[in-house]
Design a protein around this ligand. Structure first.
Ligand code: DLL
Length: 437
């Protein structure tokens, strides 16, 4: 069995875990009913007595909490403790409207550190490691979240924060970084910079990389591992629930273990809200079990995944979720066909001559959707060879049409010209259809 940060919980007997979840759920429900007006009102409307909760399955009788509820409650309306008990605030900017403000009590910060420590240890990190955190430190939960977790592990932590890629490279070389934490797009950008600086990657000390905070693909993992010469794991979390540390892959790299002693997970049909069976793909819904300041009851994450119930060879009994394949709200509907940007990314990586640096621009010409995919080819593809270009374009368009079921137009753009995820997350989709009316 592989090493765990908290084996007592991470390898807990499932029956014992069920009991612990029920006790914690009862406490959480009682607390929110007492302290959060929105939940009190909703429970009353649905005739729910939080004291009478005898089975975790009853959870599905509770109403969902949505991003709209959070916006309405901006900034502190869903906090379950007075502000004097809050010791930290983070916020996520979101794509539209008001940000979500997340509050943490002292205990919440401790729990968060432990849960991030779990994912770090699961991903190969230990106290002998030098951990370079190239995620933004600030309102974004990524930097500070991983920082506290890595300190809890006992590693030497470099709070490099995001951006300044040449400086990141110098730090990596001089301080002999062994574990690199970033967004996957930034990891790839770093790989490009290493190439441009003609750094010998084999002479670096990198061993493991923890990546997350945005959609990426299995093919992109392969590219990052190849170019940075490390073992890459996927890590999931969100500010509304805590930040990083909600779920992370172990070295089996076959789905992310959810810390189920702190979070209850469900997957629901995004259209009807019906709870789906294990293995079925739908929207992830999370209920927090131990959070004090900002508990969440059946929060609809908008993230599409499925629960993988099979036991994991690593020995952890915590169930896994599959790689996030998209968001309910960013699934593109192009001429009636559902397309996830992550699928386009995977295809790009499978085709020689292209890179996963791309941008999708959607427009409407008359009644018809027009979809353009701008792609950076690899440096090796000579930009002035018209015939090579045309061959690659044809190949990409044929492949997209057959794999996605809808025709997309492809345009090759100058290598290095598309935005990279240096500060925050990379925006890959530009939907101009609404503007066009
Ligand atoms: O992105 C927390 C985080 C930081 C996770 C660092 C992992 C590493 P937010 O800024 O609130 O929090 O964004 C949360 O990002 O609902 C997903 O849509 C997306 N997301 C997070 N992790 C992944 C992942 C942080 N591994 C939103 N794969 C979530 C795909 C992810 N999408």
């Amino acid at each position: 069995m592989r090493e765990c940060f908290e084996p007592r919980y991470e390898t807990m007997d499932r029956a014992e875990l069920g009991q612990l979840q029920l006790e914690r759920l009862q406490e959480t429900l009682a607390r929110v009913a007492r302290n959060v007006p929105l939940y009190r009102k909703r429970f009353a409307e649905h005739d729910i007595d939080p004291e009478a909760f005898a089975d975790v399955v009853d959870l599905r009788r509770l109403p969902f909490t949505t991003k709209a509820d959070l916006r309405e409650a901006y900034p502190y309306g869903l906090f379950a403790v007075p502000l004097r008990d809050v010791v930290r605030l983070h916020a996520s900017s979101g794509t539209s409207g008001k940000p979500v403000v997340a509050g943490y009590t002292r205990n919440d910060v401790k729990t968060w550190s432990r849960l991030v420590a779990r994912v770090l240890v699961a991903a190969g990190a230990g106290r002998d490691d030098v951990v370079q955190i190239a995620l933004g430190y600030g309102l974004f939960t990524g930097g500070m979240g991983f920082h506290y977790g890595a300190e809890a592990v006992g590693a030497a932590v470099i709070p490099a924060s995001s951006g300044g890629t040449r400086r990141q490279v110098a730090i990596m070389q001089d301080y002999r970084t062994t574990v690199f934490v970033a967004t996957p797009s930034y990891a790839l950008h770093l790989a490009e910079t290493l190439d441009a600086m003609e750094v010998n990657v084999n002479a670096l000390s990198l061993r493991y990389g923890l990546f997350g905070a945005e959609i990426w693909s299995e093919a992109m993992r392969g590219a990052i591992e190849d170019r940075l010469k490390l073992t890459a794991t996927d890590n999931y979390g969100l500010s509304e629930i805590m930040g990083p540390g909600v779920a992370g892959e172990c070295l089996e790299r076959a789905g992310m273990h959810v810390s189920e002693d702190h979070f209850l997970i469900e997957v629901v049909d995004p259209a009807t809200g019906a709870v789906l069976s294990d293995g079925e793909e739908g929207e992830l819904v999370i209920t927090t079990l131990t959070k004090e300041a900002f508990p969440m009851i059946r929060y609809r994450t908008g993230d599409i995944t499925r629960i993988l119930p099979e036991p994991c060879p690593c020995g952890r009994t915590m169930r896994r979720i599959a790689r996030i394949v998209g968001r309910c709200d960013d699934m593109l509907i192009i001429r009636g066909v559902n397309v996830f940007p992550s699928r386009i990314e995977s295809l790009l990586l499978e085709i020689e001559g292209t890179t996963p640096n791309y941008r999708i621009v959607l427009d409407r010409k008359g009644a018809l959707d027009e979809a353009l995919v701008e792609v950076e080819p690899t440096e090796e593809l000579l930009f002035d060879r018209v015939s090579e270009h045309q061959a690659l374009l044809d190949k990409l368009e044929r492949r997209f049409a057959s794999e996605l079921g809808v025709g997309l137009t492809v345009r090759l753009v100058e290598p290095g010209s598309l935005a990279r995820g240096q500060e925050g997350k990379t925006i890959r989709v530009f939907d101009r259809r609404r503007l066009a009316g």
